[in-house]
Design a protein around this ligand. Structure first.
Ligand code: ZN
Length: 295
């Protein structure tokens, strides 16, 4: 089944929702970074949240970055997404391996740690990006994003993100949804949604059973007349790095450091954090770059 993100409204526009299945894209990211199950869950939830939030962007040039840095053994996780549904990300320590929680679930909050912030950076192509931040709330990511929406964007929200890792460390199911209440909605409606979400099985269970994202939305909003928008996004794991971009990054370290690398007479290998592509710069390449930048 292809990955898919849909959005829409329910209860006469009082509720808006974005929901998606992201199994393939998370699997791709987890494969690139050779993640353990715990780091796969952390990275996968972040990628899914970012893909869902990316749907709210408008222009092709707009981008959203989520970063969580809680001081835990997994290090920080950074993900970036675009309006078209492409996302990429990396986790500080993809080898993190800590015991399961007493309830048998992967300990994402233990891996990420609770001493830090969740950052939401929206680059709208303007001079300065919008940066929102909230202290890490549970470290399980979905609740942290809900907390961000509620506190920082004043939009009461429910967020669910799930990643089910198979025994061979591939991703069996991944997906999530964001449900937001409009400012003038009945506060009781939020309570009803909260109860409803407690009643339904975890999203990864539903996806594993073969449910589509439309089925899942119907299940949540069965009696609330959900209206799904005709616009469908097919999210994917995609990195936009290129040799040209890496050259620019290399130049940004400054003339002095670049000269030092040149003088050491070694070649430099730069690996893209997001996709693992290796960019090789020989002694001559670095010499040319220095020459170009001096023009
Ligand atoms: Zn890359």
């Amino acid at each position: 089944m292809k990955d898919k993100i849909i959005r829409g409204t329910a209860k006469d526009g009082m509720i808006r929702f974005i929901g998606g299945i992201t199994t393939n894209l998370v699997n791709e990211g987890v494969k690139i970074h050779e993640c353990t199950p715990t780091s796969a869950a952390a990275l996968g939830r972040m990628l899914t949240g970012c893909a869902l939030m990316g749907v709210q962007l408008k222009g092709e040039k707009e981008a959203i970055t989520l970063k969580i840095n809680g001081g835990g053994p997994a290090g920080s996780v950074t993900v970036t997404g675009h309006a078209g549904g492409s996302v990429k990300g990396f986790i500080g320590n993809p080898n993190v391996d800590i015991p399961l929680k007493p309830n048998g679930k992967l300990d994402v909050s233990g891996a990420l740690g609770l001493n830090g912030m969740l950052y939401v950076i929206k680059d709208m192509g303007l001079k300065d990006p919008y940066v929102g931040q909230v202290p890490i709330y549970t470290g399980e990511i979905a609740e942290d994003l809900a907390y961000y929406f509620t506190v920082s964007e004043q939009t009461p929200s429910a967020v669910s993100l799930g990643v089910l890792v198979d025994t061979d460390y591939s991703i069996k199911a991944s997906g999530g949804f964001i449900i937001q209440m409009m400012p003038d909605s009945d506060p009781l409606l939020a309570d009803i949604i909260t109860y409803r979400l407690e009643e339904i099985p975890p999203i990864t269970t539903l996806i594993s059973e073969g449910k589509t994202i439309e089925d899942i939305i119907e299940l949540i909003f069965s009696d609330m007349d959900p209206k799904i928008s005709s616009e469908i996004v097919e999210p994917m794991y995609k990195c936009d790095c290129s040799r040209e971009r890496v050259e620019k990054a290399l130049l940004s370290i400054g003339q002095k450091d670049l000269n030092e690398i040149y003088d050491e007479n070694k070649s430099e290998e730069i690996v893209c954090h997001f996709c693992g592509t290796k960019y090789e710069f020989t002694h001559d390449d670095i010499g040319k770059l220095i020459e170009e930048s001096n023009k």
